[in-house]
Design a binder for this molecule. Structure first.
Ligand code: ADP
Length: 178
């Protein structure tokens, strides 16, 4: 493979064991992965961008040097161009991911004909794992130990407590997207 670096983009809100499984698998194919967190100020996220980056840094420490944590806004193809990388790594969990991912891959290639998307399947245990599900379980006080690493679990507990506190203080009128 001529190109040895790939960009793995996503919201990582927060990073889950599924994302980490994909990073580990990606490093079998690429020398370096740039994990690029989407920063979209127009879209409300559960965690602030800085927190999402920090959790990723903490969770990928063992790959020091081979995994770079970064963020971007705007079009992914512009970010790829800036980095001089043309390979995008994405995860395919189930058939339900396929249509969206296929559309994105072809759209990115339409925008930049050098952009190639590589899809990888996670370990079977992570097939149904998505960050939104983890957030919902955490908000309902469920145990997320098997879905996220311990550092993320701690931050999820803190964030949920904060949100519950805000909801109580403001008479349950606060809408927070999970
Ligand atoms: P999510 O769908 O969990 O909110 P992101 O938007 O952060 O995730 O997704 C970034 C990329 O990681 C996408 O390609 C997505 O398919 C992939 N991904 C997310 N969770 C998993 C998982 N459990 N297994 C494999 N790939 C995953």
């Amino acid at each position: 493979m001529a190109e040895c670096i790939a960009v793995y983009p996503g919201s990582f809100d927060p990073v889950t064991n599924g994302h980490l499984d994909l990073i580990k698998r990606g490093l079998e194919l690429f020398n370096q992965l740039i994990v690029a967190v989407v920063s979209n100020p127009a879209k409300q996220s559960f965690f602030l961008l800085e927190d999402r980056l920090e959790m990723l840094r903490e969770s990928t420490r063992e790959y020091a040097g081979r995994v770079v944590i970064d963020s971007f806004d705007g079009l992914l193809v512009h970010y790829l161009d800036k980095k001089g990388v043309h390979v995008i790594l994405r995860g395919l969990r189930a058939v339900s991911d396929f249509e969206y991912e296929f559309e994105m891959a072809l759209t990115n290639r339409r925008l930049c004909d050098k952009a190639e998307t590589i899809f990888m399947a996670p370990s079977e245990e992570y097939i149904f794992l998505r960050a939104s599900l983890v957030r919902e379980i955490a908000m309902l006080d469920g145990d997320v130990s098997t879905f996220v690493p311990p550092n993320v679990k701690r931050r999820l507990c803190d964030r949920c407590q904060m949100i519950h506190g805000q909801k109580n203080r403001f008479n349950k009128n606060v809408t927070i997207s999970i």
